[in-house]
Design a protein around this ligand. Structure first.
Ligand code: ADP
Ligand code: MG
Length: 481
């Protein structure tokens, strides 16, 4: 049996690590940009030299407060840092500075389509370095590992959810919505593949109807939405099979293998006491005044949920609004179009149709394209005023994407404006009627659908430029004669 969903329910809680988009590290002054030469972004603090002291980067605190406010969390007036001890070669100090019992954000929630997923807490901590395992394995280890400490000390905000999710879809939606929020408020670029956002997934199962939670496994190394869903589905079946055979799920950390499509045991679960947490003596507890919180609140941009609502209020379907909101650069561009007076529905149709197709083909973003907001708005205005037809506009937008040429001058140069004077259209209509006596007879005999044929002929003749209303009127008059 491969589907145990009529018998067991899954329970999921996620721990998301978001790398904060600061210029410098959380306790040291060197940069933390992704992709630098190994070990070029280090300092005595990062290397754990004796006698050095960490200095808290205020920007990290600002970003954590902003995130907390966006997640409906409480920002306590005091929080503190703690040492989490463990030995690993990617951590020169032998401990990680984190926050244990007094985190910077407490409580909160993230809205997904069918519920609010609770946020337990969010705390600041430093990232570890990166180990690169190289060489071939041999008896005396011709294999070796290299360490890159550029990432050590990079600021992270760990956001811990309540065990509120009941399906892989809910988990996926939670991470998607959380990621959108972090991107919109500008604290994290949300790149799962590059690891600037990482989700550890806790999952347990219980017989349907049982109140108590089962024993959970924590799954690491999930670095795309697809693998999140796959890992959860795999783990659900693995745990269900254990229970079906009368066994017990053990609490442990498991690693998702994306190629094999399985999780495998990495280590037994350590408990908090294993880490010997104690207050970090090199850093003062942090006092956060209410004025500070309010100052940050005043900088809060529009959040994705609000944007979604606003887009629907100006006439987009829920689906279209979602597509735009899920691509922050498109949404911000769309907002500028609206500010420039563009009609929302028309603008979104063009943006999600011709423009999106072009960007996908060229593999560039809207901001990298030659289509400026001003020019786009101008084109939409020509369409709204009836100077050009919808089909012409569709062709023009592709021209502009390719060349960046001004919409008005393209229309003038190519002579694309709509023909709206009767004296130009009438002769064409008369000629078509005269040239097609059989169709005219059939039309008059009751085949109304043939009207489209005449329209098509006229549009062909005018290269799509005839004013449709006028054309229809003249055609009708001519045929009814
Ligand atoms: P730890 O600090 O040991 O990782 P926490 O109690 O902080 O443990 O929980 C970590 C995550 O695991 C949270 O997101 C929480 O919601 C989730 N979680 C806790 N218990 C369960 C459970 N029985 N099943 C699924 N998820 C759980
Ligand atoms: Mg944990």
């Amino acid at each position: 049996m491969s589907d145990y969903k009529d018998k067991y329910e899954m329970v999921i809680g996620l721990e998301v690590h978001a790398q904060l988009k600061t210029n410098t590290k959380i306790f040291a002054r060197e940069g933390c940009e992704f992709g630098r030469e190994p070990n070029t972004e280090t300092s005595a603090v990062t290397l754990g030299m004796p006698g050095v002291l960490p200095v808290l980067n205020k920007e990290c605190v600002n970003m954590a407060i902003l995130t907390g406010l966006a997640l409906n969390s409480n920002i306590p007036s005091r929080c503190k840092f703690d040492r989490k001890q463990y030995f690993y070669p990617d951590l020169p100090k032998g401990y990680q500075i984190s926050q244990y019992d007094e985190p910077i954000c407490e409580g909160g929630w993230v809205q997904i389509s069918n519920k609010k997923v609770g946020v337990t807490r969010a705390h600041l901590e430093e990232d570890a370095g990166k180990l690169v395992h190289a060489g071939a394995a041999g008896l005396y280890g011709s294999s070796y590992s290299l360490v890159d400490l550029n990432r050590a000390g990079t600021p992270l905000l760990e956001i811990v959810s309540e065990p509120d999710m009941r399906s892989s879809e809910e988990a996926r939606e939670y991470v998607e919505n959380l990621r959108n929020i972090l991107k919109y408020i500008g604290v994290c670029d949300g790149n799962l593949e590059e690891g600037s956002m990482r989700a550890d997934c806790n999952i347990s199962i219980r017989p349907i109807g049982q109140k108590e939670f089962g024993t959970r496994a924590e799954i690491k190394n999930v670095n795309s939405f697809r693998s999140l869903v796959r890992a959860i589905e795999y783990e659900f079946i693995r745990q269900a099979e254990i229970l079906e055979e009368g066994g017990q799920v053990v609490q442990e950390t498991r690693l998702w293998d994306d190629n094999a499509g399985i999780t495998s045991s990495m280590r037994g679960k350590e408990d908090a006491h294993d880490y010997r947490y104690f207050p970090e003596p090199d850093l003062m507890p942090l006092e956060i005044s209410r004025e500070w919180v309010e100052k940050i609140r005043a900088t809060m941009p529009e959040l994705p949920a609000q944007k979604l609502e606003r887009y629907q209020a100006v006439g987009l379907s829920e689906y279209d609004a979602n597509v735009l909101v899920n691509q922050i650069d498109m949404a911000l561009y769309f907002d500028k179009l609206l500010q420039a007076g563009a009609d929302a529905k028309t603008a979104s149709n063009f943006l999600m149709g011709e423009v999106a197709a072009y960007l996908k083909e060229e593999k560039i973003s809207i901001d990298e394209s030659k289509l400026t907001v001003e020019n786009f708005a101008k084109l939409l205005d020509l369409l709204k005023k009836g100077t050009i037809s919808n089909n012409i506009a569709k062709g023009l937008i592709v021209d502009i994407l390719n060349t960046g040429e001004d919409a008005q001058s393209l229309v003038d140069k190519k002579g694309l404006s709509v023909i709206s004077d009767e004296s130009s259209i009438l002769p064409i209509v008369q000629k078509i009627v005269a040239d097609n006596p059989e169709q005219v007879a059939a039309y008059k005999g009751g085949r109304d659908k043939l009207f489209g044929f005449f329209v098509g002929q006229a549009m062909k003749e005018t290269k799509g430029r005839a004013n449709p209303q006028l054309l229809n009127k003249l055609l009708k008059e001519e045929l009814d004669k």
